[in-house]
Design a protein around this ligand. Structure first.
Ligand code: AMP
Ligand code: MN
Ligand code: MN
Length: 318
């Protein structure tokens, strides 16, 4: 395991990034690491370079301090968390220029990159791995407090579906037990970040369900929202979370895909499965990745062409 203290004690500048379109685990793990390192090493420059997360996560300490990618800084240590280095967008130049490159991740498709890595595909979340590293660096919990505990707990619940997905282990539960002992209001956190949707998000979900198509003898379901649909609904990039899971909960379905057209062009594809289909394998075939039951990629082409390619990949596994 990486020792954060020996790794960082001689560094002056430390950088942290997570993947583009940051989700709750990405926010929890990057901000959790940032909170710990900036508290443990107050004399050092510790910075997070990340795409703007959903406003839902504005309460997380550190989010308001995310730096943009305008300047050139050579970091002594650079952490890529919850991602491969190729998926951190504009921040990749800082990773490439950094003196020591570190990769912390739980995606099965991540083969490990950089000078040091802590990759465990068995972990529920990158936040769980950051907890491990903090525990190792600070066994007495001197730098752990309510807000750091809440930040890591946020990341864990987002990636393990509030302990409902198969990536939840007894270790995940033990870590969660330790974290809630710091006293934050966890039922409120779960409601407000996992279950609660805005009126618009529910409308978008409704539209996606209306448009869904069941194929491969009822085993594959997909739904597509084009730019036209998205503009008509008035939806933004943060309004699609959770849709693919709802599609997957259709009786008889073994794999689900939700596609939405993205501002950069092409479609973001989110894939989910109940375990019989390896969606990480399907996503990898298109240059994406993820986990057996949850994966993603981006694809160019018309919705018809994309669906044809996806259906062929899924069908191969049924
Ligand atoms: P999403 O459908 O975006 O919620 O992603 C599901 C899982 O797959 C998450 O763990 C993502 O981090 C991962 N994932 C999504 N897109 C990609 C990609 N292009 N490359 C690697 N992993 C991805
Ligand atoms: Mn993530
Ligand atoms: Mn994750």
């Amino acid at each position: 395991m990486i020792n954060l203290i020996s790794l960082c004690q001689n560094a002056e500048k430390i950088g942290i990034s997570g993947h583009i379109r940051p989700d709750g685990d990405c926010v929890g793990s990057t901000m959790g690491l940032w909170q710990f390192l900036s508290r443990r090493f107050p004399e050092k420059k510790v910075e997070v370079r990340l795409e703007r997360p959903s406003e839902l996560y504005d309460f997380v300490p550190g989010v308001s301090k995310i730096v943009d990618n305008e300047d050139d800084v050579v970091y002594d240590v650079y952490f890529v968390v919850d991602s491969v280095p190729e998926r951190i967008g504009m921040a990749e130049k800082y990773y490439n220029a950094a003196k020591i490159k570190v990769n912390i991740d739980h995606h099965i498709t991540n083969e490990g990159a950089g000078d040091m890595c802590y990759i465990d595909a068995g972990a529920s979340s990158a936040s769980e791995l950051v907890y491990d590293l903090i525990k190792e660096a600070d066994p007495e919990g001197e730098y752990m407090d309510e807000s750091l505990a809440k930040t890591l707990y946020l990341g864990i619940i987002q990636d393990c579906g509030v302990f409902g997905y198969s990536n939840t282990s007894s270790k995940t539960m033990r870590i969660a037990a330790d974290l809630i002992s710091y006293g934050f209001d966890f039922p409120k956190l779960i409601d407000e970040t996992f279950y609660e949707k805005t009126f618009l998000q529910n409308k978008v979900l409704g539209e996606a369900l209306q448009k869904s198509v069941l194929c491969l003898s009822g085993q594959f379901i997909y739904s597509i929202l084009t730019r036209e649909d998205i503009d008509r609904l008035g939806a933004g990039e943060h309004d699609f979370e959770g849709i693919v899971n709802q599609l997957r909960y259709t009786k008889g379905v073994k794999a689900a895909a939700f596609l939405h057209e993205i501002p950069e062009g092409g479609y973001k594809v989110s894939l989910r499965s109940g375990g019989d289909v390896d969606v990480a394998k399907a996503a990898s075939a298109f240059g994406g990745g993820g986990h057996v039951r949850a994966a993603g990629c981006t694809l160019k082409g018309t919705p018809g062409q994309i669906v044809e390619r996806l259906t062929a990949q899924i069908s191969e596994q049924l």
